[in-house]
Ligand binder design. Structure first.
Ligand SMILES: Nc1ncnc2c1ncn2[C@@H]1O[C@H](COP(=O)(O)OP(=O)(O)OP(=O)(O)O)[C@@H](O)[C@H]1O
Length: 336
């Protein structure tokens, strides 16, 4: 178990992380997301003991660090996985994994689990990016850390490989029973592989919650926009029901919002139909996504909403269409 309370971190006179509170449960994967420069890597470096903290404390089972009581990285039992793999080029895969390891037999488990058997005697230069990252993860887990910090481990890999490797990393962490904090730029990665997601802005946590809650009931508009396509439509909220120009839906008032609100719409909440009568909007752009199309529709009131439709529905900019709300789950509504 790792817990961080009221943690602040400065670079000189510049405070880049303020009043951070979080706990990492046993066997939990916590994803940290946020725009570039919001302090994600800085938090990982402070947890690893690579940079000093200015306020607050970090508590692990075996140690406690504060501004006045630093604990060196080697005493923290922390494993780190970086985007650039950080392997020793002159050592083989096996030697990299076993580096400074007393019991080499532990390495075999991770070599097998991460599919590295055939590369055991190879040098890193002959491996692909995905294989190198598996070696880096195997090395980290073979050292049996108390927790693992992953700093954008997939950002140097192509899309197809990313998708496969993110599940392999999650499975390996779960197999090891080691909790992890995983920094990513990728909202889809955060929502799909994390047990919880922490959204950061300007060095401050905006929300830490399950992926479902962060996505469906974001605590503010920043979180709503950061975690996927979001549009807002004006409405009136009373007794859990929001009335809008394109339909009435169950809604939940964020911060007890009532009356005039902006209702958060995800593309899957908006139903688009092509019809010759009763149209209420005009398509302004369409993005082909493979199995689906993402369409932006301008309503008569000027509001733009997005809708995701099947690839079978061929829609063009300029088409007049009918959009409505089709959700049975409550949508988040913000005071306007
Ligand atoms: N060594 C340093 N000295 C001074 N300022 C730094 C240093 N490292 C980072 N910063 C600043 O601290 C802020 C947070 O940087 P950090 O690298 O933690 O952000 P990040 O969220 O990880 O960004 P990215 O997603 O681009 O990797 C940024 O404004 C950055 O310019």
């Amino acid at each position: 178990m790792l817990s961080v309370s009221q943690l602040s971190i400065d670079y000189g006179s510049n405070r880049v992380v303020s009043d951070l509170n979080l706990t990492l449960g046993e066997n939990e994967i916590l994803m940290l997301v946020g725009p570039t420069g919001c302090g994600k890597s800085t938090i990982l470096q402070a947890l690893a003991g690579l940079i000093p903290i200015s306020e607050g404390e970090i508590n692990a089972d075996k140690w406690r660090a504060t501004r006045n009581k630093s604990v060196p990285p080697e005493k923290r039992s922390v494993g780190m996985v970086f985007q650039d793999f950080a392997l020793f080029p002159h050592l083989t895969v096996e030697q990299n994994i076993c580096f400074k390891l007393k019991d080499h037999s532990v390495a075999d488990h991770w070599i097998n689990l991460l599919g590295l058997e055939e590369f055991r005697t190879k040098k890193p230069a002959t491996l692909s990016g995905g294989q190198k990252q598996r070696v880096a993860l195997a090395r980290t887990l073979a050292h049996q850390p108390d927790f693992v910090l992953l700093d954008e481990p997939l950002s140097n890999l192509d899309a197809a490989l990313k998708d496969m490797l993110r599940w392999d990393i999650r499975n390996a962490l779960k197999n090891a029973g080691v909790p992890a904090i995983w920094v990513t730029h990728d909202q889809e990665e955060a929502l799909s592989v994390g047990d919880r997601v922490g959204v950061l802005k300007g060095g401050q946590i905006q929300q830490i919650d399950t992926p479902e809650k962060c996505f469906s009931t974001p605590e503010n508009r920043f979180v709503a926009r950061f975690l996927g396509e979001a549009s807002f439509i004006k409405g009136t909220l009373n007794n859990g029901q929001a009335l809008t120009d394109i339909g009435n839906v169950p809604a939940h008032g964020v911060d007890c919002a009532q009356g005039n609100v902006d209702v958060l719409l995800r593309p899957d909440d908006v139903l688009l139909v092509q019809s010759s009568i009763g149209n209420n909007g005009e398509v302004i752009w369409v993005r082909f996504e493979g199995g689906s199309r993402l369409c932006a529709i301008k309503l008569a009131c000027g509001t733009v909403v997005t809708s995701r439709v099947s690839h079978e529905l061929v829609v063009h900019p300029g088409d007049n269409v009918h959009v409505s709300l089709s959700t049975s789950h409550p949508l988040a509504a913000f005071k306007n």
